[in-house]
Write a protein that binds this ligand. Structure first.
Ligand code: UDP
Length: 358
């Protein structure tokens, strides 16, 4: 009998956040998870679990029985996204259609069947810092992004990188409007640079343009140059995936409804680092802990963003999450500092690589 279990529909369960979340939910007997994705590769360890139903569907396929799935579950967690900066530049229309149009359909079905929706958004909705617009140094003027008070500053239309941030922002605005006008019960999550095992892929092993960690890791394992886009002067604050999942589960559990119609940043402000310093830190941690005799010693070089991404790219200079809400409402604190985030993620890639080649 499963009737006492909370039934969760996890859309986009096969990605980096989805697989880690599925595994963690399945450790708790109280959840029954229906997981949907176009890809099973990363979920393999969970597929036999009795509390998991996995269905391989593409949300864009008209035969996809989304209405039935939403009707039969209590909470919908929507992780479906194209969330990779190189795609914002190369495939802006696909990025808009998936991140806005398809996700809006899901939200509207949640409204129709009165289901709670947890919608993954992005810290990119904040855009750039006020300091960067005023041409001030964002380091001298820290500007933490707050869910309910910060303005959102995007670049011009010709820099089509912002289509992702705009699609996500518009989706958030529609969810909010459905909340106030029709009572939709939503929670929006804005992740700030989660990393950990299973993030992306190494570009020497699979074609494509993953996020920065995988590029730098590729350099350490395969000797390709570590490329700093426009000198690597922008900042990111990294959160270890286990910490992020801990917060997401607290949001799913929603004690006393504290997450109803709320937006949550999930991030670790203490783990802020420039991309240039990330490259140096990764080299140091690799050399101290993982280096073997025949491993390459990659050069660190600077490349222009146009060379790296093509025309239409523009960067977010600094993204400091204000996590007061997650701390006060959910008593959530991340536990991993930047060294442990980098070490643990690196260990995963190194082990995988050594298992393949040694
Ligand atoms: N970046 C870099 N070298 C790379 C890949 C990315 O310097 O090989 C930079 C990129 O321009 C951005 C930052 O690293 O400033 C983080 O990019 P990522 O692709 O990880 O995603 P984002 O945090 O922008 O979503």
């Amino acid at each position: 009998m499963n009737s006492d279990k909370t039934k969760i529909l996890l859309l986009g369960a096969g990605g980096f956040i989805g697989t880690n979340l599925t595994e963690q939910l399945l450790k708790n007997e109280k959840y029954k998870v229906t997981a949907i994705d176009i890809n099973t590769e990363k979920l393999e360890g969970s597929l036999q679990n009795k509390n998991l139903i996995f269905k391989e569907y593409d949300i864009r396929d008209s035969n996809y029985p989304i209405e039935e799935l939403i009707k039969n579950n209590e909470i919908v967690v929507d992780l479906i996204a194209m969330a990779n900066p190189s795609l914002y530049v190369s495939n802006p229309i696909d990025v808009f259609n998936l991140n806005f149009t398809e996700n809006l359909r899901i939200a509207e079905l949640c409204l129709k069947y009165n289901k709670r929706i947890i919608q993954f958004s992005t810290c990119e909705v904040y855009g750039k810092t006020v300091a960067s617009v005023l041409k001030e140094d964002p380091i001298k003027r820290p500007f933490p992004f707050n869910e309910d008070t910060s303005p959102m500053i995007m670049g011009p239309i010709k820099n089509h990188r912002w289509i992702y941030a705009c699609a996500k922002q518009l989706l958030e605005r529609v969810l909010h409007a459905y909340g106030i006008e029709k009572g939709l019960n939503y929670t929006i999550i804005r992740p700030f640079n989660f990393i950990g095992p299973r993030i992306d892929f190494l570009p020497s092993e699979k074609s494509g343009n993953p996020r920065v960690f995988s590029h730098f890791m590729n350099g350490l394992l395969y000797g390709t140059p570590i490329r700093l886009v426009d000198g690597g002067l922008n900042y990111r604050a990294y959160t270890y995936i286990d910490d992020a999942i801990d917060c997401i589960i607290r949001i799913i559990e929603n004690p006393d409804g504290v997450c109803d119609r709320e937006i949550f940043n999930i991030g670790t402000p203490e783990n802020e680092i420039s991309i240039k310093d990330l490259a140096t830190l990764m080299k140091e941690i690799f050399n101290q802990n993982f280096r073997q005799n025949l491993d390459p010693d990659p050069k660190i070089i600077s490349v222009s963003s146009e060379e790296f991404y093509g025309k239409g790219y523009e960067d977010c200079d600094r993204r400091i999450p204000d996590v007061t809400k997650a701390r006060t409402k959910l008593n959530w604190y991340s536990k991993h500092n930047i060294e442990s985030v980098v070490f643990n993620t690196m260990e995963y890639f190194v082990n995988k690589h050594r298992a393949k080649y040694n």
